[in-house]
Design a protein around this ligand. Sequence first.
Ligand code: NI
Length: 167
Amino acid sequence: MSLLNILRYPDHRLRTKARPVVDFGNIIENFANDLLETMYAAPGIGLAATQVDVHSRIVVVDTSENRDEPHILVNPSLELHGEVLKVEEGCLSLPGIYEPVSRSQRIVVQAQTPLGESFTFAAEGMLAVCIQHECDHLEGKLFVDYLSSLKRNRIRKKLNKQQTQSE
Ligand code: NI
């Protein structure tokens, strides 16, 4: 397993729309495990392939307290249910930025395993929010896109400054 490099906003590659996975098997499984390892090391609760510059429809999440309930979702599709609430979100591609975003509190997820088996499950609360956030990445969408352009510009300037300082 190996740690992958996470793209930082406003890197334009984060805007790439991911393609469906059609070839399942070991390569996808190994990549998903690298994604998980990178997410845990960051540390974060979710990571999309898009964020490591791989434009295939794969996301990983783990919102459990003990960090021992990983979900690997290949070709995920979501049905949104329940109340829409504003909850503060962050993103490994925007370190240190936290802003409230409106999300459905209950979802039904359809996805495949890295070996191509289909499964369905229901999620709620933080797990539901996290999965919606990660699936947005596959569309080239970031949580700051839900904010005003004024706020987004302020965030872009802040992150550019951080990156210049760390170089
Ligand atoms: Ni994110």
